[in-house]
Design a protein around this ligand. Sequence first.
Ligand SMILES: CC(C)(COP(=O)(O)OP(=O)(O)OC[C@H]1O[C@@H](n2cnc3c(N)ncnc32)[C@H](O)[C@@H]1OP(=O)(O)O)[C@@H](O)C(=O)NCCC(=O)NCCS
Length: 137
Amino acid sequence: MAFERRANDDAWSEALLSAALIDDGYEVWGLWSGGGAELRAAAVLAYLPFDAELQSICVLPEERRHGLARELLGWIMRRAGERGAERLLLELRASNVAARRLYEGAGFGIDGQRRGYYRQDDGSNEDALLMSRALTE
Ligand SMILES: CC(C)(COP(=O)(O)OP(=O)(O)OC[C@H]1O[C@@H](n2cnc3c(N)ncnc32)[C@H](O)[C@@H]1OP(=O)(O)O)[C@@H](O)C(=O)NCCC(=O)NCCS
């Protein structure tokens, strides 16, 4: 939770994170500092009947722009493919340029958008972009 609060602007609740950690339909992966002292990046992966969904990927603010998310996303794609997922799906805030560039660089394409999906702190809404990438040849 300490990592989540620092790294994720839309931090998950302890109940949701705990459920993801124990549910067989989810995997939570992390990148740790050399000695295993500190979690630097983490991702939550959910398995659907044919596809997998990247539900979260976050890097500590001071660790960003060093390739950690690209490395973790690469691992997630290999892992989900090995477990039989045909596609990796995700959604993101339309304004999240960093995430969008990360995903486009990893071969994800935009499938569509959900208007007003995210509720902002000021009460307004923001669109969600839906993206996916095939995991099989
Ligand atoms: C999005 C996030 C995970 C990227 O993590 P990161 O470790 O900094 O990303 P990387 O260093 O691996 O960058 C990989 C590519 O993503 C893109 N990118 C990452 N941060 C960027 C930024 N601030 N602006 C523009 N592009 C960015 C670039 O294309 C980058 O490649 P490059 O460095 O060769 O230009 C990180 O900013 C984060 O944790 N943000 C808050 C949580 C979040 O928004 N998660 C995604 C929710 S959908």
